[in-house]
Each structure stands twice: as C-alpha cells, then as structure tokens.
Design a protein around this ligand. Structure first.
Ligand SMILES: Nc1ncnc2c1ncn2[C@@H]1O[C@H](COP(=O)(O)OP(=O)(O)OP(=O)(O)O)[C@@H](O)[C@H]1O
Ligand SMILES: [Mg+2]
Length: 330
C-alpha cells in the first residue's frame, strides 16, 4: 500500500474546507482546505504574515473564521467547540509559561485547569519534567530559563491534558541548533509513541522536511502547493554546488568541463545544479583534479524557503519582517 492510499483510508484528525478570514478589508485567509490524517505530522510552511498563526487560531477555536468549516478529531469547530477544545493542545508562537512560577508549578497549574486531581496532576507533571529533561530545574523559577527550556516547558504544558491533536506554532523559531534538534526529537517521539496528530507551522523548509509527512506552502492566505517533502523538492530545482575560481581562465575551463549553465564572471563562480550528496561532491572534486583545474572554494546550496517561493510564485518572499521581531516576544 502506498503512503497516499494508506492516508486516504485513515481517519482525518483535521478536515477543513474553505477557511476564510479578513481583518477589515485585508483578506488574511482566502479559502484554505486541509486534510490531515490521524497520527501524522503536517507542516504549514510560509513567510511572515502568510496566515500561519491565523490558521492555528481558527482551528484551535481561539478565533472564528468568516467562512468555511472544519472538524477536529471528529468534532465540528463551531457546533462542538468544547469537544474540539478537549481533544487539542496548542503551543502558541510565543511561550505561554508563567515567569513567576517554577516549572513544576506551571505544569501543576495546567493539570488543575484540566481537573486532573491532586495526585494525578502531580504524577503527570513529574512525568513530563522527566521526559523533557527538566527534572533538575523543576523547582527553579521560570524567569531564569533560556528560550529553549521555555519552549520545552511550553510544549510539556500542552501535553498535560493528553491531547490527540497538537498545534505547534513555530516550535523552534529563535532556538539554537542543539535545542532545535532536541525539539525535533520530542516531536517525533510524540507521534511515534502516542500516535498523536501534529499540525506545526514553520518558516524553515528543513524543519518541514525533517518532521512532516506532508507540507503545505502558505502565501498571502492561499495554499500554493501541497505534498510530501520529496514531491515539493522535486518541483524546486534549487540544489546546487557552487565553485569559485581564482581567475576567468579556470572558470572557463571548469564551465567547459561541467557544461554548467549558470556562471557569474564577476564573482568567478559556477553553479552546478545537482543533488549535493557525497558521491556528487567526490565526482566533482575528482573531475577538477583530473583536469588540473584548482578551485578556490566549494559551497553546497540546498533549497530553502526562498527557493520554494521563487519557484512556486516566480518572486522572492515578500513582506519579510526581520526575525529579530520574534526574539523578544511580549
Ligand atoms: N488581530 C489582527 N488584526 C489585524 N490584522 C491581523 C490580526 N492578526 C493577524 N493579522 C494580519 O494577518 C496577516 C497574517 O498574520 P499571521 O499572524 O497569521 O501570519 P503568520 O504566517 O503567522 O506570520 P509570522 O511568521 O510572522 O508569525 C498579517 O498580515 C497580519 O498583520
Ligand atoms: Mg505566526
């Protein structure tokens, strides 16, 4: 059975049609359809202002859509909003932890909100602290936490209610590479161990690639592409190896050798479109060696969100707000 056939026979955790939202005369979402099978990870990929947070807010009942309908875990978004709320967990774009409390107190507060009872609430809190490697700082005030610790605690708080469907709005924006990897592992484990469904938003193609079974690209409130990471990447011929040479003679010789289509005579660089794996790298270096053409520099370029947008829309990302805006939430 192919993945596609299996997905079609699975129950949908999120089934949304025609979601529309405007603020004033600005249309923020223009008819979004999403079908997300249970037990899968779906990434909504898009630049600043694309409508990612708005989509999450609608699907998690925080705001209402102007038009369209959706079922989450079998509950109708408008007709059975309580059922939706009982089935979901939301980790917002900006950490919702209470700075004045300790990590454990934050978790117990969530447990109380879920009416878990004193013993069960404490058990769940300690269990989550251990799972997220936060036991040592359980009794530390959250105000001293780093961004990564905060994000982990935020996700742990989302899990207190044992949700079947989890919304993660930019779970790793602002995290350093190591914390990002830890967060990715946690997300993967959630799906593998508990079979939850995750809808995450991200601005990073590599993150969507790492985590998601399917990816949808959102641009100005419209889905402009949807598919698996491989399907999308096949449509985006952005991967290439770039070679830089000391002078134009060497550049000429290399351009002949690789019959490369794109060269920059000013920068003395040559772009070789390819799948930049180790065998390709080795073949390129061997060919240069054999032809006695020394290169000054070799860089590997894998497709990023810019390539996705250039390919799909014919223009670079627009409305780009510097990432620094996100570094200082609240
Ligand atoms: N409450 C609001 N009132 C007016 N406009 C809003 C409101 N919320 C969002 N918008 C606008 O809707 C558009 C989409 O916003 P949204 O927050 O969904 O984008 P996003 O994809 O999450 O972006 P980011 O990557 O910056 O988080 C933006 O142009 C934003 O200015
Ligand atoms: Mg957002």
């Amino acid at each position: 059975m192919t993945t596609a056939t299996r997905d079609r026979t699975r129950t949908l955790a999120i089934d949304a049609t025609g979601l529309t939202k405007s603020y004033g005369d600005k249309k923020v979402l223009d008819g979004i359809d999403l079908r997300i099978p249970e037990g899968t990870v779906f990434a909504l990929l898009g630049p600043n202002g694309a409508g990612k947070t708005t989509t999450v807010q609608i699907l998690s009942t925080l705001i209402t859509a102007d038009a369209g309908r959706a079922e989450i875990a079998g509950h109708d978004l408008t007709g059975a909003a309580d059922g939706v709320r009982r089935s979901i967990g939301v980790t917002g774009q900006f950490a919702a932890v209470d700075n004045l409390l300790t990590a454990r107190e934050n978790l117990i507060l969530m447990a109380d909100l879920h009416h878990l009872g004193r013993r069960e609430g404490r058990r769940r809190a300690d269990d989550l602290l251990a799972r997220f490697d936060l036991t040592e700082v359980a009794h530390t005030s959250v105000v001293t936490f780093s961004g990564g610790m905060r994000r982990k605690l935020d996700l742990a708080m989302t899990l207190v209610g044992d949700p079947r469907v989890i919304f993660l709005d930019e779970p790793t924006t602002g995290l350093d590479p190591r914390s990002r990897r830890i967060m990715w592992e946690i997300i993967r484990d959630l799906v593998a161990d508990r079979g939850v469904t995750i809808l995450l938003t991200t601005q990073y193609l590599d993150e969507a690639d790492e985590l998601a079974d399917r990816i949808a690209v959102l641009d100005h409130g419209t889905l402009i592409a949807e598919g698996t990471a491989d399907e999308l990447k096949r449509r985006i011929p952005g991967a290439h190896i770039r070679l830089r040479f000391a002078d134009v003679h060497r550049l000429d010789a290399a351009a002949d050798l690789f019959r490369a289509t794109s060269r920059n005579d000013e920068a003395l660089t040559l772009n070789i479109p390819c799948d930049p794996g180790i065998p390709t790298l080795r073949a390129i270096l061997d060919a240069l060696d054999t032809a006695s053409i020394p290169a000054e520099e070799l860089t590997v370029h894998t497709p990023d969100l810019d390539d996705v947008f250039l390919t799909l829309t014919g223009r670079p990302q627009v409305d780009h707000v510097p990432d620094s805006r996100k570094e200082n939430p609240r």
